[in-house]
Write a protein that binds this ligand. Structure first.
Ligand code: NAP
Length: 295
């Protein structure tokens, strides 16, 4: 488990000026990071599936702010318009992930896909039309993965804490209708696909969804005194995760080549945290996978 604060590798970045986002990767020198180029650079086109949802709305706003072009995937053109208006860099991608035929058109030319779709764990209005966990967390993810171009630079999937603990308390309660089982099956589709992936598994989500419908207001959202971030390569975290931190982690992981092929549990705790600093996030992601004894 790693916390953002106090990591020695942050020092590596002091005074660094780069014309494009500098990112860090492990070096053969213990405790050092090499500077390299971003995996998915600003200016690239990112499809955000679930862009109108709690994590997705923050992610969309953050990506636009950092200079990415965002294709906001939703089943509703009205929802995209209401939430983001005519924000520069944004286009709507209207599709239902359960319908594979609707996907090739929205995926054409995308550099990266970030999927943060979901539904309720228990029966609700949101299951209308059969949009239940099996369809949303498994079938839809399988369809999206299968439709991605092989040239894709990154597929980031947001699932949940507990996907590997679905028979344990308290997760077996949440899993009564299979949400964790189907999320894990969605992960496995991505793992098997050969696409370059990162999976984030947040704890119970806080902060949002927001109903203030514009990008600038979304960017002002804050998680107060709980801005520190925990990552773990094991499905072991308990507690909560701020949607703001999860969205920021997705944006930052687009820059990091060494995050590829990993599943990160993510949680929020009391403290200052990495904010939007790429060096601190690189150190955080690097620290979580550093072998014991390496700073
Ligand atoms: N709530 C928690 O405490 C918690 C904890 C851990 C993990 N998670 C997971 O974290 C992720 C983000 O959660 P959130 O609460 O921020 O999201 P959310 O507000 O529930 O948003 C989910 C989005 O999924 C989209 N969606 C649903 N079915 C779809 C379909 N068939 N085709 C296309 N899009 C579809 C919806 O978009 P449209 O309606 O616009 O189509 C919606 O905006 C989800 O996977 C969630 O399960 C949640």
């Amino acid at each position: 488990m790693a916390s953002a604060s106090g990591c020695k590798v942050q020092r590596t970045f002091r005074g660094l000026q780069a014309s494009r986002p500098a990112v860090a990767r492990p070096s053969s020198r213990p405790g050092a990071l090499c500077i390299t180029a971003a995996v998915v650079e600003p200016g690239s086109t990112v499809l955000v599936a679930g862009a109108t949802g709690g994590v997705g709305q923050l992610l969309t706003a953050k990506l636009l702010e950092r200079g990415y072009k965002v294709r906001a995937l939703s089943r509703s053109a009205d929802k995209v318009r209401q939430q983001f208006g005519d924000a520069p860099g944004l286009s709507a991608a209207i599709a239902d992930l359960r319908d594979p035929a609707s996907l090739p058109a929205v995926l054409e030319g995308v550099d990266a896909v970030c999927c943060c779709t979901g539904t309720t764990a228990f029966p609700s209005k949101r299951w209308d039309g059969g949009n239940n966990p099996e369809q949303t967390d498994f079938v839809s993810v399988r369809n999206l993965v299968a439709a991605c171009p092989k040239s894709l630079k990154r597929f980031t999937l947001t699932t949940s804490a507990g996907v590997e603990r679905s028979s344990q308390f308290p997760f077996f309660i949440l899993n009564a209708f299979g949400v964790l089982k189907y999320k894990r099956m969605g992960e496995q589709e991505l793992e098997r696909s050969g696409l370059p992936y990162v999976i984030l598994r947040p704890s119970r989500l806080t902060d949002g969804p927001y109903t203030s419908y514009d990008v600038n207001t979304l960017l002002k959202a804050t998680s107060g005194s709980r801005q520190d971030v925990q990552l773990s390569l094991k499905d072991e975290l308990v507690g909560e995760a701020s949607r703001i931190a999860v969205a920021e982690a997705i944006v930052q992981s687009l820059l990091l080549d060494f995050a590829e092929g990993h599943k990160y549990a993510i949680g929020s705790t009391q403290g200052e945290g990495p904010g939007q600093d790429p060096a601190k996030w690189a150190a955080l992601f690097h620290g979580v996978r550093a072998p014991a004894g390496v700073a």
